[in-house]
Design a protein around this ligand. Structure first.
Ligand code: GLN
Length: 297
């Protein structure tokens, strides 16, 4: 089945773009990481300059990096319908002060803090995240985003920070036992995700029902409108836990890796993000964040 091929494809994506999937962090110079100071200096010099001095303001921004040009903010584009990576929880306050919480939100919060920038989270449709980065409206995409060859043509990816599996959810009484049984069945997916892309490839457009949110696809499954849902394993566990009568199949559909995305060519921000990820990994903070949101089973 596709599983192996997809795994190889994911690995190949990393191999093609070494900088995107590891290995680049050691090249990052410490000069690029003095961000809190740099940002503070940039703010100071802006305040000193007054309104008429466009040129020196531009120079300051160029020195401080593209994110700084957005006015001391790090704008994160996400789709907050993907627990435990990003979701709304009114009982918690997220790193940008909103109710958007989760692993990606916290990672982005830590990166913003590292860079001396204020995190702003934009909650948009999953398939709008890449266009938002391309147009420069957002600085980073943090959305449990899988590194794929196609996406690497449009954005640059950071080092990976999590592995994931596309899994299959079915009703408890379903005869579907693995990926091969999905042929000819109606499969629910979240629009624009790798679940959508791979399943469309494998089983044909006519067998795919697309929903704006993963949870909508799961709802459709409980209502008998689709025969199975293909979605990332961590949200899948939560959705199955929240709904009676559903089960996760043991057989994985595809294996993949998550990374943060930035506008193509924005190597300065990419290096800063990779540096921050590296620090989060080395300090144990990344594990801490993951443990806060995912309990080992
Ligand atoms: N990992 C999947 C992808 O990148 C789904 C991400 C999501 O739904 N937020 O397409």
């Amino acid at each position: 089945m596709k599983k192996k091929i997809l795994s190889v494809a994911a690995a190949a994506a990393c191999a093609i773009s070494l900088a995107a999937c590891g290995g680049s962090t050691s090249e990052t110079t410490p000069a690029e990481t003095t961000t809190a100071a740099t940002a503070a200096e940039a703010e100071d010099s802006k305040a000193d300059e007054g309104a008429g001095e466009e040129t020196s303001a531009e120079e300051t921004s160029a020195e401080a990096g593209e994110a700084e040009a957005a006015g001391g903010q790090l704008v994160m584009a996400t789709n907050a319908e993907f627990p435990p990576y990003e979701y709304h929880d009114s009982s918690m306050t997220g790193p940008d002060g909103s109710d958007i919480v989760g692993i990606d939100a916290e990672i982005a919060g830590a990166i913003a803090e590292n860079l001396g920038l204020e995190l702003v989270i934009e909650d948009i449709a999953f398939d709008s995240i890449i266009p938002e980065l391309q147009s420069g409206k957002a600085d980073i995409g943090a959305a449990g985003m899988t590194v794929t060859e196609d996406r690497l043509l449009k954005v640059d990816f950071s080092d990976t920070y999590a592995t994931a599996v596309q899994v299959i959810i079915v009703t408890e009484d379903s005869e579907i036992a693995g990926p091969d049984d999905l042929a000819g069945k109606l499969i629910g997916v979240q629009q624009g995700t790798t679940g959508d892309i791979y399943a469309t490839d494998d089983f044909g457009d006519e067998n795919i029902e697309r929903y704006p949110k993963g949870v909508d696809a799961v709802q459709a499954l409980t209502q008998g409108k689709v025969d199975a849902v293909i979605i990332d394993n961590e949200p899948a566990k939560i959705f199955v836990g929240d709904n009676d009568g559903l089960k996760l199949l043991d057989a994985a559909y595809a294996e993949e890796e998550y990374a943060l995305a930035v506008k193509k060519g924005n190597t300065e921000l990419l290096d800063q993000v990779n540096q921050a990820i590296q620090e989060l990994k080395e300090s144990g903070k990344l594990d801490e964040i993951v443990d806060k949101y995912i309990t080992a089973d």
